[in-house]
Design a protein around this ligand. Structure first.
Ligand code: G3H
Ligand code: ZN
Length: 283
């Protein structure tokens, strides 16, 4: 099916009581693998690419690949800009056909974060595209950028004003979640609950990789609509090549290695989307 508009995807998930995974892609193989994993699980979600990754992948090319990947299947998929770092990136992605946007001005002081976020929201809403914004800072590694940012956790008292003044559609929070697999997440469920009670829009959990399943299932009860996974899929992709190379330094069949990598990534995506939406207490 066609890539779906971000508002439609959010409404679909809200109606069905689903938690949407947002899987980071880096290249063609990962993009196809994510769509395949979602289809195999028969659950909707996002393909997303971060601003950092746009150094490698032109948004028009990624959008074309994502359209092709989504067209192979019949589950709803939106294409999201993750951690949009500049207004230029936002505009390029809207032009390329992205159907959902994040602006990440969380490292700026409160008023500047509001101003940047609001500017993006106004621009994107003109095109009928929803916007995720972030309040609070996450530690860890996102693509090649390591952050020891320590704005710290989201302050619940700032949430109502932030959401109202930015006009955002989704709020990414910092509640002990971290990017990457090198640091341990310590999810503060009472803080998440407090934010949820004060926040008029659905919440987003970044740094989904490495969060224990039972914690994610608990977090899901507190207003989460979107959960991002990057490192888990990158690891599935890289390890396919790494294992073969370790066993044979002369291996060079890139096609079959890439096909194996697609299988590994799609099965990881399928496992994650099923896990966050299961009601089975054994998982
Ligand atoms: O924005 C993307 C993510 O927050 C991914 O985090 O690599 O820890 O899963 P992760
Ligand atoms: Zn993130």
């Amino acid at each position: 099916m066609k890539l779906i508009n971000g508002f439609s995807l959010m409404n679909y998930a809200l109606e069905k009581g689903l938690l949407l995974p947002a899987f980071n892609t880096t290249n063609l193989e990962m993009t196809y693998a994510i769509a395949k994993g979602l289809q195999e699980a028969n659950l909707p979600g996002y393909i997303q690419i971060s601003s950092n990754n746009l150094q490698l992948s032109n948004p028009h090319i990624i959008a074309e690949i994502a359209r092709d990947a989504a067209a192979k299947y019949d589950i709803p998929i939106a294409l999201h800009l993750d951690h949009g770092r500049s207004f230029e990136d936002v505009k390029n992605c809207i032009n390329a056909g992205f159907t959902s946007i994040m602006v990440d001005a969380s490292s700026l002081p409160f008023e500047e974060n509001i101003a940047e976020s609001k500017k993006t929201v106004e621009y994107c809403h003109f095109y009928g595209i929803p916007v995720e914004v972030e309040l609070g800072g996450l530690k860890g590694k996102e693509d090649d950028i390591f952050s020891d940012n320590s704005e710290g956790k989201t302050d619940p008292d700032m949430v109502p004003e932030f959401v109202e003044r930015t006009g955002c559609d989704l709020l990414a929070v910092s509640v002990g979640n971290v990017h990457g697999l090198e640091l341990q997440p310590h999810i503060d469920i009472p803080l998440l609950e407090k934010i949820h009670n004060l926040c008029p829009v659905p919440l987003v959990m970044h740094g989904g990789s490495g969060i224990p399943h039972e914690i994610l299932k608990e977090a899901r009860k507190h207003g989460l609509l979107k959960c991002n996974f990057g490192a888990d899929l990158r690891k599935a992709f890289i390890s396919s090549f790494g294992k073969t190379y370790e066993s044979n330094h002369n291996a060079h069949d890139v096609i079959s290695l890439s096909l194996d990598a697609v299988e590994n990534v799609s099965s990881k995506a399928r496992e994650l989307v099923s896990m966050i939406n299961t009601t089975d207490s054994s998982l």
